[in-house]
Design a protein around this ligand. Structure first.
Ligand code: SAH
Length: 213
Protein backbone atom coordinates (compact mmCIF):
# COMPACT_ATOMS: atom_id res chain seq x y z
CA UNK A 1 0.00 0.00 0.00
CA UNK A 2 1.05 3.61 -0.55
CA UNK A 3 1.17 6.55 1.85
CA UNK A 4 -2.27 7.84 0.83
CA UNK A 5 -3.97 4.49 1.44
CA UNK A 6 -2.09 4.05 4.72
CA UNK A 7 -3.24 7.49 5.84
CA UNK A 8 -6.86 6.77 4.86
CA UNK A 9 -6.78 3.50 6.80
CA UNK A 10 -5.41 5.27 9.89
CA UNK A 11 -8.04 8.02 9.66
CA UNK A 12 -10.84 5.42 9.35
CA UNK A 13 -9.50 3.67 12.44
CA UNK A 14 -9.33 6.93 14.44
CA UNK A 15 -12.90 7.74 13.37
CA UNK A 16 -14.22 4.34 14.39
CA UNK A 17 -12.45 4.68 17.75
CA UNK A 18 -14.09 8.07 18.29
CA UNK A 19 -10.91 10.20 18.29
CA UNK A 20 -11.81 11.97 15.05
CA UNK A 21 -15.29 13.50 15.36
CA UNK A 22 -15.43 16.47 13.01
CA UNK A 23 -15.03 16.81 9.29
CA UNK A 24 -12.43 19.53 9.84
CA UNK A 25 -10.09 17.26 11.84
CA UNK A 26 -10.70 14.35 9.45
CA UNK A 27 -9.73 16.49 6.46
CA UNK A 28 -6.66 17.84 8.25
CA UNK A 29 -5.43 14.37 9.15
CA UNK A 30 -6.01 13.16 5.60
CA UNK A 31 -4.12 16.12 4.14
CA UNK A 32 -0.99 16.24 6.30
CA UNK A 33 1.73 13.83 5.20
CA UNK A 34 2.91 12.54 8.58
CA UNK A 35 5.70 10.53 6.93
CA UNK A 36 7.34 13.80 5.90
CA UNK A 37 7.59 14.99 9.50
CA UNK A 38 9.60 12.08 10.85
CA UNK A 39 13.16 10.79 10.34
CA UNK A 40 13.85 8.47 7.41
CA UNK A 41 14.41 5.37 9.56
CA UNK A 42 10.99 5.79 11.20
CA UNK A 43 9.01 6.37 8.01
CA UNK A 44 7.65 2.82 7.67
CA UNK A 45 5.90 3.40 11.00
CA UNK A 46 4.40 6.75 9.95
CA UNK A 47 0.78 5.60 9.79
CA UNK A 48 0.76 3.38 12.85
CA UNK A 49 -1.01 4.94 15.80
CA UNK A 50 2.15 5.31 17.89
CA UNK A 51 4.47 8.12 19.01
CA UNK A 52 7.82 8.14 17.17
CA UNK A 53 11.27 9.51 17.95
CA UNK A 54 12.26 12.70 16.13
CA UNK A 55 15.74 13.06 17.67
CA UNK A 56 17.10 14.94 20.72
CA UNK A 57 15.12 12.60 22.98
CA UNK A 58 11.83 14.04 21.73
CA UNK A 59 8.78 12.45 20.12
CA UNK A 60 5.98 13.22 17.70
CA UNK A 61 2.73 12.31 19.46
CA UNK A 62 0.62 9.34 18.43
CA UNK A 63 -2.02 10.26 15.82
CA UNK A 64 -4.93 9.54 18.20
CA UNK A 65 -3.51 12.08 20.67
CA UNK A 66 -3.09 14.69 17.92
CA UNK A 67 -6.68 14.04 16.79
CA UNK A 68 -8.07 14.22 20.33
CA UNK A 69 -6.20 17.43 21.17
CA UNK A 70 -7.18 19.09 17.90
CA UNK A 71 -10.86 18.16 18.38
CA UNK A 72 -10.82 19.57 21.91
CA UNK A 73 -9.07 22.78 20.83
CA UNK A 74 -12.28 23.62 18.97
CA UNK A 75 -10.45 25.76 16.39
CA UNK A 76 -11.97 28.44 14.19
CA UNK A 77 -10.52 29.44 10.84
CA UNK A 78 -9.39 32.80 12.22
CA UNK A 79 -8.08 31.63 15.61
CA UNK A 80 -4.80 32.93 16.97
CA UNK A 81 -3.01 29.89 18.34
CA UNK A 82 0.05 29.40 20.53
CA UNK A 83 1.74 25.99 20.57
CA UNK A 84 4.44 25.12 23.08
CA UNK A 85 6.73 22.38 21.74
CA UNK A 86 6.98 22.57 17.94
CA UNK A 87 8.98 19.32 17.68
CA UNK A 88 8.54 18.05 14.13
CA UNK A 89 5.89 20.65 13.26
CA UNK A 90 3.24 17.98 12.65
CA UNK A 91 0.69 19.19 15.22
CA UNK A 92 1.17 22.76 13.98
CA UNK A 93 0.50 21.55 10.42
CA UNK A 94 -2.74 19.88 11.51
CA UNK A 95 -3.80 23.14 13.18
CA UNK A 96 -2.79 25.16 10.10
CA UNK A 97 -5.08 23.00 7.94
CA UNK A 98 -8.03 24.31 9.99
CA UNK A 99 -6.79 27.79 10.95
CA UNK A 100 -6.53 29.08 7.39
CA UNK A 101 -7.20 32.73 8.20
CA UNK A 102 -5.55 33.01 11.61
CA UNK A 103 -2.02 32.63 12.88
CA UNK A 104 -0.08 29.93 14.68
CA UNK A 105 2.95 30.68 16.83
CA UNK A 106 4.92 27.67 17.95
CA UNK A 107 7.73 27.86 20.52
CA UNK A 108 10.53 25.28 20.73
CA UNK A 109 13.50 25.13 23.10
CA UNK A 110 15.79 22.86 21.03
CA UNK A 111 17.27 24.87 18.16
CA UNK A 112 17.71 21.84 15.86
CA UNK A 113 13.99 21.13 16.24
CA UNK A 114 13.15 24.76 15.46
CA UNK A 115 14.98 24.19 12.18
CA UNK A 116 13.28 20.83 11.62
CA UNK A 117 9.78 22.20 12.26
CA UNK A 118 10.44 25.25 10.06
CA UNK A 119 11.76 23.05 7.27
CA UNK A 120 8.85 20.59 7.47
CA UNK A 121 6.19 23.32 7.64
CA UNK A 122 7.84 25.32 4.85
CA UNK A 123 8.02 22.32 2.54
CA UNK A 124 4.35 21.58 3.22
CA UNK A 125 3.56 25.18 2.25
CA UNK A 126 2.02 26.68 5.41
CA UNK A 127 2.52 30.43 5.42
CA UNK A 128 0.77 31.38 8.66
CA UNK A 129 2.87 29.33 11.07
CA UNK A 130 5.82 30.90 12.83
CA UNK A 131 8.26 28.72 14.78
CA UNK A 132 10.29 30.60 17.37
CA UNK A 133 13.20 29.46 19.52
CA UNK A 134 12.40 30.04 23.17
CA UNK A 135 11.34 28.82 26.57
CA UNK A 136 7.65 28.17 26.28
CA UNK A 137 6.67 27.81 29.94
CA UNK A 138 6.71 31.61 29.87
CA UNK A 139 4.50 31.63 26.79
CA UNK A 140 5.15 34.12 24.00
CA UNK A 141 4.08 37.51 25.21
CA UNK A 142 4.94 39.37 22.00
CA UNK A 143 1.89 38.01 20.18
CA UNK A 144 -0.46 37.50 23.15
CA UNK A 145 -3.31 37.16 23.91
CA UNK A 146 -4.32 33.92 22.20
CA UNK A 147 -7.67 32.31 21.41
CA UNK A 148 -6.17 28.86 21.84
CA UNK A 149 -3.03 27.48 23.51
CA UNK A 150 -1.80 23.91 23.07
CA UNK A 151 1.09 22.55 25.12
CA UNK A 152 2.55 19.37 23.65
CA UNK A 153 4.88 18.57 26.57
CA UNK A 154 3.98 17.41 30.08
CA UNK A 155 4.02 20.12 32.75
CA UNK A 156 4.18 19.77 36.55
CA UNK A 157 1.49 22.49 36.84
CA UNK A 158 -0.31 25.01 34.65
CA UNK A 159 2.25 27.79 34.00
CA UNK A 160 0.73 31.09 35.14
CA UNK A 161 2.12 33.01 32.14
CA UNK A 162 0.21 30.73 29.77
CA UNK A 163 -3.10 31.42 31.48
CA UNK A 164 -2.33 35.15 31.50
CA UNK A 165 -1.80 35.01 27.72
CA UNK A 166 -5.10 33.22 27.10
CA UNK A 167 -7.96 35.47 25.91
CA UNK A 168 -11.14 35.66 27.88
CA UNK A 169 -13.31 32.90 26.41
CA UNK A 170 -10.16 31.14 25.21
CA UNK A 171 -9.17 27.51 25.63
CA UNK A 172 -5.89 25.82 26.49
CA UNK A 173 -4.93 22.14 26.35
CA UNK A 174 -2.08 21.01 28.55
CA UNK A 175 -0.87 17.68 29.94
CA UNK A 176 -0.28 18.14 33.69
CA UNK A 177 1.19 15.62 36.10
CA UNK A 178 4.43 13.67 36.50
CA UNK A 179 7.50 13.43 34.27
CA UNK A 180 6.21 10.42 32.35
CA UNK A 181 2.47 10.30 32.94
CA UNK A 182 0.02 13.19 32.93
CA UNK A 183 -3.64 14.06 32.68
CA UNK A 184 -4.75 16.11 29.71
CA UNK A 185 -6.45 19.25 31.00
CA UNK A 186 -8.80 21.54 29.13
CA UNK A 187 -8.38 24.98 30.69
CA UNK A 188 -10.88 27.75 29.97
CA UNK A 189 -10.65 31.43 30.71
CA UNK A 190 -14.17 32.37 31.80
CA UNK A 191 -14.34 35.96 32.97
CA UNK A 192 -10.65 35.69 33.91
CA UNK A 193 -11.45 32.72 36.13
CA UNK A 194 -9.73 29.42 35.41
CA UNK A 195 -12.02 26.46 34.72
CA UNK A 196 -10.27 23.11 34.40
CA UNK A 197 -11.70 19.92 32.94
CA UNK A 198 -9.95 16.55 32.89
CA UNK A 199 -9.81 14.75 29.56
CA UNK A 200 -7.93 11.61 30.62
CA UNK A 201 -4.46 10.14 30.92
CA UNK A 202 -1.59 10.76 28.51
CA UNK A 203 2.20 10.45 28.20
CA UNK A 204 4.25 13.39 26.95
CA UNK A 205 7.94 14.26 27.17
CA UNK A 206 8.57 16.80 29.97
CA UNK A 207 8.00 20.53 29.56
CA UNK A 208 11.42 21.82 30.59
CA UNK A 209 11.79 25.35 31.86
CA UNK A 210 11.24 28.00 34.52
CA UNK A 211 7.64 27.00 35.09
CA UNK A 212 8.23 23.39 34.00
CA UNK A 213 10.58 20.55 35.01
N1 SAH B 1 4.09 18.98 18.79
C1 SAH B 1 5.24 18.20 18.38
C2 SAH B 1 5.66 17.18 19.43
C3 SAH B 1 6.34 17.83 20.51
S1 SAH B 1 7.33 16.85 21.59
C4 SAH B 1 5.02 17.51 17.07
O1 SAH B 1 3.91 17.56 16.54
O2 SAH B 1 5.97 16.91 16.57
C5 SAH B 1 7.56 18.10 22.80
C6 SAH B 1 8.44 19.23 22.38
O3 SAH B 1 8.40 20.20 23.41
C7 SAH B 1 9.90 18.85 22.21
O4 SAH B 1 10.33 19.21 20.94
C8 SAH B 1 10.61 19.65 23.30
O5 SAH B 1 11.91 20.10 22.93
C9 SAH B 1 9.66 20.81 23.49
N2 SAH B 1 9.76 21.52 24.77
C10 SAH B 1 9.88 21.01 26.02
N3 SAH B 1 9.91 21.99 26.94
C11 SAH B 1 9.78 23.16 26.25
C12 SAH B 1 9.74 24.53 26.63
N4 SAH B 1 9.82 24.92 27.91
N5 SAH B 1 9.60 25.46 25.65
C13 SAH B 1 9.51 25.11 24.35
N6 SAH B 1 9.55 23.83 23.93
C14 SAH B 1 9.68 22.86 24.86
Amino acid sequence: MGWVEDRETLVEKLKSEGYIKSEAVEKAMLNVRRHEFIPEWQKVQAYRDVPLFIGHGQTISAPHMVAMMTENLDLEEDSKVLEIGAGSGYQAAIIAEIVTKGRIHSIERISELVDLAQWNLGRAGYKNVQVTYGEGSKGYEEESPYDRIIVTAGAPRIPSALFEQLKEGGKMLIPVGGRTYQELKLVRNKGNKMLVENLGGCMFVPLVGDDGW
